[in-house]
Design a binder for this molecule. Structure first.
Ligand SMILES: C[C@@H]1O[C@H](OP(=O)(O)OP(=O)(O)OC[C@H]2O[C@@H](n3cnc4c(=O)[nH]c(N)nc43)[C@H](O)[C@@H]2O)[C@@H](O)[C@H](O)[C@@H]1O
Length: 390
């Protein structure tokens, strides 16, 4: 079973670690309230942790099936146990680290089990003396945790909708840490074949922030699945006169792809990410009315000498048909990422992911780091420019 071929021959082979070190599996999950695009950010942190672990031991990251997402409202679609390959190109991710789908992990284990779970939580006492200090300690659980021991001493909880899965060990771990610093904890304090970090969003990027190449390597490896890109490309061609050849947005294998700002021209359209729903009350000071959004869009079209606009939105009118909600959102992002000029919504991670995609494609940052303003803002601060680093 261990021989499942997820280690690319050119990265880490089992032999490199000697026969004594058998493969270990890292699982993780995120607070159920978090949206798709924040989850992608958490993936990057955990992926880089696995990258670091692989310097010393062969670890494989188990990709947490998508499902039960707060924003995925289409009722008639079966939206749990959704594989990562539905949305992402696993071969591209494997150029960075070894990964495996949860279903395949269960097959490898031969039993529906996770050996140990650490439920990450904050420190009860908060930050002491106001300064950040890296630390982690096994502590009593602060919140009521969604895992309980059954009569056979098996820990039961939500394992992505797989009902028979259980854990052998469970503990709460208070953390104030960069993801990368979990490495020594895992190597010193755990020995089981599989370890799960629950509430993985508790660890931060740290030195692997947007400003470092490590962040961007993980980000670049998250290539969208080809079947979704194809739908987006078809749409661009048919309705927006946009092709990669004309727009200079040809995607190559990410480790070889290195673009300069301004290399990409983009399709002859303006793209807008117009976030509505919860943002209408959560960020009401910074989110425009539809009328004011239309006014800004008209001005931008004129200024950029463009005639067409592509609007990605979570507004109710969208007809999602039979595509899964996550799939539609990816196609929206893909199309928005290929426009000559982009304007997003204040602090939306959905907009941030589009901006990163445009950095990878090589757009001039002036065409990327923009957002819509609300009529009530006196000063409409534009997003910071998180430029790609190689
Ligand atoms: C700070 C963060 O704010 C977050 O929202 P935010 O950033 O907009 O970004 P997301 O976390 O992705 O949440 C928005 C979700 O709404 C849908 N959605 C938003 N915009 C569009 C769009 O243009 N087209 C389509 N098709 N779908 C869209 C999509 O399912 C997406 O995952 C919270 O969800 C996070 O958990 C976190 O708290």
């Amino acid at each position: 079973h261990e021989k499942i071929d997820i280690f690319k021959p050119d990265t880490h082979s089992h032999a490199e670690f000697g026969e004594a070190k058998s493969v270990r599996y890292l699982l993780y999950d995120v607070n159920p309230g978090e949206g798709f695009n924040l989850r992608r950010d958490v993936f990057m942190r955990v992926a880089n942790l696995v990258k670091l672990l692989n310097e010393d031991e062969p670890w494989v990251l188990v990709l947490p099936p998508w499902g039960r997402l707060y924003h995925w409202k289409s009722q008639d679609l079966n939206q749990i146990k959704v594989k990562w390959s539905t949305f992402f190109d696993l071969a591209s991710i494997r150029e960075h680290i070894p990964v495996i789908e949860f279903e395949d992990y269960l097959k490898v284990m031969g039993e529906e089990v996770v050996e140990e779970i650490y439920y990450l939580q904050r420190y009860k006492e908060g930050w002491t003396n106001g300064k950040w200090e890296e630390k982690m300690d096994i502590r009593e659980c602060i919140d009521r945790v969604p895992y309980q021991k059954d009569e056979n001493d098996k820990w039961r909880g939500w394992f992505f909708g797989y009902e028979n899965v259980y854990a052998k060990k469970f503990a709460c771990l208070s953390v104030q840490s960069e993801a990368g610093n979990m490495k020594s904890f895992l190597m010193k304090n755990t020995t089981s074949r599989s370890v799960m970090l629950e509430r993985a969003e508790q660890v931060i990027h740290g030195q692997y922030s947007e400003f470092s190449s490590m962040f961007w390597i993980a980000r670049r490896s998250m290539v969208f699945a080809k079947h979704l890109r194809d739908i987006g490309d078809e749409f661009r061609k048919e309705y927006l006169d946009s092709t990669d050849e004309n727009d200079e947005t040809i995607l190559s294998n990410w480790p070889e792809m290195k673009k300069n700002h301004g290399d990409a021209k983009g399709g002859p359209y303006l793209s807008v990410h117009l976030r509505r729903k919860d943002y209408l009350y959560a960020h009401k000071e910074q989110v425009p009315s539809l009328k004011y959004a239309a006014k800004q869009i008209k001005e931008l079209l004129k200024k950029n000498k463009l005639k067409k606009v592509f609007i990605a939105s979570d507004c109710d009118e969208n007809d999602f048909e039979t595509l899964k909600d996550g799939g539609v959102a990816i196609i929206d992002q893909w199309i928005a990422a290929h426009a000559r000029h982009f304007v997003g919504t204040y602090v939306s991670t959905f907009s941030f992911r589009i901006q990163e995609e445009r950095e990878i494609l090589g757009f001039d940052p002036e065409t990327t780091f923009n957002r819509l303003c609300s009529e009530s803002e006196e000063e409409c601060e534009q997003p910071s420019k998180w430029k790609i680093v190689y």
